[in-house]
Design a protein around this ligand. Structure first.
Ligand code: PMP
Length: 392
C-alpha cells in the first residue's frame, strides 16, 4: 500500500546511521539467563531487579485469580471495572508506602501523565529536572500550567527556577528518584529543603527505586526518611515488583481527584485480576524476603567494581543501573551486538533516549545473578571492549 514511503526513507537513514534496532524476542521467561535465537545468554537488560517476574508465589496468585475472577475486567474502573481486589491492593500499597491513599494506573507511564496533566491549572507552574523520564516530559506537554526545566540535579538551577516562579498559584517540582539512564539518585533532601523554602509541592517518580531503595524497597523517599515531606510519589509495578502497572501514592484528595480527572484512569480498562493479584503478592514478598534486596545490591556493587577495574566508564551510577558509556551511537550498538555474540544481553542505548554523544550499553543486574554469571559477563565485556578499543 502506498502512502508511507517517507517513513521507510527515515528508517533507511536510521539503518545507515547505525541506530536502527530490531526488537529482540526472548524465547524463555525473564530470568538471570534468557534464550535469544536459541542461544542461552546472561540477561543484563531487564528491570526485573528482584527476580519477581518468575517468583512461584506471584505465578500462583495470578493463576488462582484467573480461575476465580476471569481473564479480564470488561470495563474501565469508573464504570464496571473495579473489583474488590483493586481497592484492597490500593489500601495495601498506601500502607506499604506510608501514605494516606494510593491509586493504581495501567502503567507508570500513564500514572505520570495523569498526575501532570490533571492536577495543575494555567495559574500554576511545573518545574522539572532536564533528565526526567519521557513519561514526565509527555505529561508536562499535556498540562495547562507553565513549565520550567532545571539543569540535571543542579540545586542552583532549581533555586533560580523557584525564585522566578514566585507569582504562580502552585509550584510543582518533579524529579525521578533514580534516573533511568545514569543510575544516579536525586538529591531529595536538598530538593525538599528548597521546596519547603519556596513553598513548592514535590512529586517523585520512583520507577527505578520501587523495590530497590528504602526499607523493603519502599523507594527513594523512604530511603532519605522524607515520608511526610513529599507530596506525590509515583511508582511502577512493572520493574522490581515484576508485573505491570503504575501507582500514585499521596493524599486521599489526590486519589479522589485523579479518579475523577485522570484521563488514563477514566478512559482505559482496568488491570486484569491476574495482574492485580500478582502485584498484591509481590508486595507481600517484598516484606517477607528482604534478602532479595540485599543480594541485588551485593551483585550491583560486584558488577560495577568489576567493570571499573577493567577500565570502563560507568558514569555517575549509584544504583543497580550501571551504564557503560561509549559515546558514539554506532559503536555502542556494535558493542551490544558483540556482547550478545559473547553470551551477554546488554542493550545499546542512544539518542533520543540519551543525549547525542552519550551513547552507552546499560546494564541492570538482578538479585538472581550468581557470581559465576557475573564473572562470565565481565569476561565478555573485557573481550568485546578490547576488540572495539573501548578499553585498553
Ligand atoms: N518512570 C521512569 C523513570 C521509568 O524508567 C519508566 C519505565 N521505563 C516509567 C516511568 C514508566 O513505567 P512503566 O514501564 O510502568 O510504564
Amino acid at each position: 500500500m502506498k502512502g508511507f514511503e517517507y517513513l521507510q526513507d527515515e528508517l533507511d537513514q536510521m539503518e545507515q546511521d547505525g541506530v536502527y534496532r530490531s526488537l529482540v524476542p526472548l524465547e524463555t521467561d525473564q530470568g538471570a539467563t534468557v534464550t535469544i535465537n536459541a542461544k542461552k545468554v546472561i540477561q543484563l537488560s531487564s528491570n526485573n531487579y528482584l527476580g519477581l517476574t518468575t517468583h512461584p508465589r506471584l505465578k500462583l496468585a495470578a493463576v488462582r485469580a484467573a480461575d476465580q475472577y476471569g481473564a479480564g475486567t470488561g470495563s474501565v474502573r469508573t464504570i464496571a471495572g473495579t473489583f474488590t481486589m483493586h481497592e484492597q491492593f490500593e489500601q495495601e500499597l498506601a500502607k506499604f508506602k506510608h501514605t494516606e491513599a494510593a491509586l493504581v494506573f495501567q502503567s507508570g507511564f500513564t500514572a505520570n501523565q495523569a498526575v501532570l496533566a490533571s492536577l495543575l491549572t494555567k495559574e500554576d507552574v511545573v518545574i522539572s529536572d532536564e533528565l526526567n523520564h519521557a513519561s514526565i516530559i509527555d505529561g508536562i506537554r499535556l498540562t495547562k500550567a507553565a513549565r520550567k526545566i532545571y539543569k540535571h540535579v543542579d540545586m542552583n538551577s532549581l533555586e533560580e527556577a523557584l525564585i522566578e516562579s514566585k507569582d504562580y498559584r502552585k509550584k510543582l517540582v518533579v524529579t525521578d528518584g533514580v534516573f533511568s539512564m545514569d543510575g544516579n539518585i536525586a538529591p531529595l533532601p536538598e530538593i525538599v529543603a528548597l521546596c519547603e523554602k519556596y513553598d513548592a509541592l514535590i512529586m517523585v517518580d520512583d520507577a527505578h527505586a520501587s523495590g530497590v531503595l528504602g526499607e523493603n524497597g519502599r523507594g527513594t523517599v523512604n530511603h532519605f526518611n522524607l515520608d511526610d515531606r513529599v507530596h506525590i510519589q509515583v511508582g511502577t509495578l512493572s520493574k522490581a515488583v515484576g508485573v505491570l502497572g503504575g501507582y500514585v501514592a499521596s493524599t486521599r484528595a489526590v486519589r479522589e481527584y485523579l479518579i475523577h480527572k485522570g484521563r488514563p484512569f477514566l478512559f482505559s480498562t482496568s488491570h486484569p485480576p491476574t495482574v492485580t493479584a500478582a502485584c498484591q503478592e509481590a508486595i507481600q514478598v517484598l516484606l517477607d524476603e528482604p534478602e532479595r534486596i540485599e543480594r541485588l545490591w551485593f551483585n550491583a556493587n560486584y558488577l560495577k567494581r568489576g567493570l571499573e577495574k577493567l577500565g570502563f566508564d560507568t558514569g555517575i551510577s549509584e544504583t543497580p543501573i550501571t551504564p557503560v558509556i561509549v559515546g558514539d551511537e554506532k559503536k555502542a550498538h556494535e558493542f551490544s551486538d558483540k556482547l550478545l555474540q559473547y553470551g551477554v544481553f546488554a542493550q545499546g542505548i542512544a539518542f533520543p533516549t540519551v543525549k547525542k554523544g552519550q551513547a552507552r550499553v546499560r546494564t541492570i543486574v538482578t538479585s538472581e545473578h550468581t557470581i559465576d554469571l557475573l564473572d562470565q559477563a565481565l569476561e565478555a565485556f573485557e573481550k568485546a571492549g578490547k576488540e572495539l578499543k573501548i578499553i585498553k
